[in-house]
Design a protein around this ligand. Structure first.
Ligand code: CA
Length: 224
């Protein structure tokens, strides 16, 4: 899952990057409000953490622009502005959530899980397909109730597949979701990870969930 961090305080931006990376998120760091749209046009993010007091363009204006071009990326405002009127303006301008600095990191993680739930009807942080479960609260994978150990990269790919189950994803889309802009990755590496994942979640089960679409990419879905 890929997060854009928009924060001009370098120490805080780096701290967020370090903690989120440790938690398995892929992050890109932006320090200037005027550059946010460019980032959003370059990559597909699962969420944006947005500071309000920024050089270039301030966060509220950034948010209004993001929504005016009909970009629906989940946005969490993280700001020192703590007055009710600021929170109301932020939420009304299209933010999904608002946290006041200083903040507790575990709460930030919980709120990120909340705003990145794929469907509005989802009220929990577990994605399911047949007997496969990916639980984002504690980053565990199960099939038919049995925990399956996966590496961080395998987990990231599986989460992307199950969040978009039924949709064919190209190798490049998968690369873009699990590596950041600083990493130059050959999309063939995805084939290797898919092979490893299949051994873990599909081999030995009647229903295969990961399917290859020749010449296109991969899809996770339940089929007869
Ligand atoms: Ca700031």
């Amino acid at each position: 899952m890929r997060i854009l961090i928009v924060e001009d305080e370098k120490d805080l931006n780096r701290l967020l990057e370090k903690r989120l990376t440790f938690e398995g998120y892929i992050t890109d760091c932006c320090y200037d409000g005027a550059e946010v749209i460019e980032y959003l046009e370059t990559a597909e993010y699962d969420a944006v953490i947005l500071d309000l007091m920024l050089p270039g363009t301030d966060g509220m204006q950034v948010l209004r622009t993001v929504r005016s071009i009909n970009n629906q990326v989940p946005v969490l405002i993280l700001s020192a502005k703590s007055e009710t009127k600021d929170i109301v303006s932020g939420l009304d301008a299209g933010a999904d959530d608002y946290m006041v600095k200083p903040f507790d990191f575990s709460e930030l993680l919980a709120r990120l899980r909340l705003i990145t739930r794929k469907k509005v009807e989802t009220r929990e942080n577990t994605y399911r397909c047949d007997g496969l479960e990916v639980d984002t609260n504690n980053k565990t994978v199960r099939r038919n109730g049995v925990v399956i150990p996966v590496s961080p990269r395998e987990y990231a790919i599986l989460l992307y597949l199950i969040r978009n189950q039924g949709t064919v994803l190209t190798r490049q889309q998968i690369v873009d979701n699990i590596y950041n802009l600083d990493q130059d990755i050959n999309s063939n590496v995805i084939d290797v990870y898919i092979r490893l994942l299949r051994k873990k979640i599909d081999v030995g089960f009647d229903h295969k969930l990961i399917h290859t679409m020749r010449g296109i990419g991969y899809v996770l879905k339940w089929t007869e």
